[in-house]
Design a binder for this molecule. Structure first.
Ligand SMILES: Cc1ncc(COP(=O)(O)O)c(C=O)c1O
Length: 391
């Protein structure tokens, strides 16, 4: 008998970059010197003080469930972080520690949307978002964003795409795959509009800390206590595998989120939470700041080299660790291009089709979460690949 699974799964596409990574690893296991420019994960180790606290937690047997909302001491620390970093007062009661930013996004979806409702989100954008929504019978309402609008939503676009079943806006800044940072006044205008509509404003700030321009990056919490902010220890703090994130919610959502978090996850991993108690220590921050400077050097290098190879990068992107580029002239399909570069030239990059539909098969995402030496090798491989493909 052919088993039936949930119909909604037919509408959920795989996260292609993970499949690409699996294929790249398979080739690597066969001895191929693959350069990974596909992964969205820092190559740096988790900072020393965090590792030390994680080890201590293990030795002390701190391996039991924690409160569903997270360790009180960690929520306190996160509240202080908002005060110190952005000058914003956030009651720790509004902070929920989650299983990564992913856990927070899932909880935010469950919290805000009914079946058949939707959230506006940018195309290109983080692909899992629309699949989180699908899992709850809701829909990601994609809004094409081009280089002309800095690859971010703005008030006009939000007004233009708002439909009768739209319940709010979900945006990320800095964004994946583009690294684009939203301007503070644009963010504020969207927040005010969504508030007038009595909708939900969800802002994914998971790449905060990883920005390379002069301007400081604001949190949506500077403009309203009614927004939902998603964040994570994965990227700036280099803790991808620890699976730890957090979210800040409006006061009215606290009791609802408590019961949701209890039911869906019980709690975030205890060892990771104890480890993260050291994430804001000066020595840990110092390590992360060194890493940030390295990211900037890599970005600057890659920008010049990719343009030299013929990739078009219309805006210099100031955050995360990605460069979103249009294929050089003469190449029509990003999927074919990426597959060829991996299979024949040992360099893994992600096709734009992983992130939406808007000019997607004409674009690729490069991750510079790799050492400069590896990036240089990757560029050399690409150079050879392009010459070969043009012959
Ligand atoms: C924009 C964005 N949000 C959320 C996530 C989820 O990250 P994590 O669950 O590791 O915190 C990612 C991961 O790449 C991302 O790029």
């Amino acid at each position: 008998m052919l088993k039936q699974y949930a119909h909604r799964l037919s509408e959920i596409q795989p996260f292609k970059v993970m499949e690409l990574l699996a294929r790249a690893n398979e080739l690597q296991a066969k001895g191929r010197p693959i350069i990974h420019m596909e992964v969205g994960e820092p190559d740096f180790p988790t900072p020393g003080p965090i590792l030390a606290s994680g080890k201590l937690a293990l030795e002390r047997g701190l391996t039991k469930y924690t409160p569903a909302e997270g360790l009180p001491a960690l929520r306190e620390l996160l509240s202080k972080h908002y005060q110190r970093q952005y000058g914003v007062v956030v009651d720790p009661a509004r902070i929920f520690v989650t299983c990564g930013g992913s856990g927070a996004l899932l909880l935010a979806t469950a919290l805000t949307l009914n079946h058949g409702e939707g959230l506006l989100m940018s195309d290109p954008g983080y692909p899992c978002n629309r699949h989180f929504l699908k899992s709850f019978g809701a829909e990601g309402q994609l809004v094409p964003v081009s280089a002309e609008v800095g690859f971010q939503l703005n008030l006009d676009l939000v007004k233009q795409y708002w439909k009768s079943n739209t319940r709010g806006v979900l945006l990320a800044s800095p964004a994946n795959p583009t690294g684009a940072i939203i301007q503070p006044d644009v963010l504020e205008a969207i927040i005010n509009f969504v508030s007038k509509k009595q909708g939900h404003m969800i802002v994914d700030e998971i790449y905060h800390g990883l920005h390379y321009g002069d301007a400081s990056v604001c949190t949506a919490l500077e403009y309203s206590d009614e927004v939902i902010v998603i964040n994570s220890f994965s990227k700036y703090f280099g803790m991808t595998g620890w699976r730890l994130g957090w979210m800040v919610v409006p006061e009215s959502a606290i009791p609802l989120l408590e019961k949701l978090a209890q039911n869906l996850f019980i709690c975030a991993p205890s060892i990771a939470q104890y480890a993260a108690l050291s994430a804001f220590e000066p020595e840990a921050i110092a390590e992360m700041e060194v890493n940030r400077k390295k990211f900037k050097i890599r970005r600057d290098y890659l920008l010049v080299e990719l343009r030299r190879l013929g990739f078009s990068i219309p805006v210099v992107l100031e955050g995360a660790f990605y460069i979103y580029a249009t294929l050089p002239k003469g190449f029509e399909s990003a999927e074919i291009f990426c597959s060829r570069m991996l299979e024949e030239f040992n360099v893994a990059i992600t096709p734009g089709t992983d992130f939406g539909y808007f000019y997607a098969d004409n674009t690729v995402r490069f991750s510079y979460a790799q050492s400069l030496d590896k990036l240089k090798q990757g560029v050399a491989n690409l150079d050879r690949g392009l010459i070969h493909a043009r012959q």
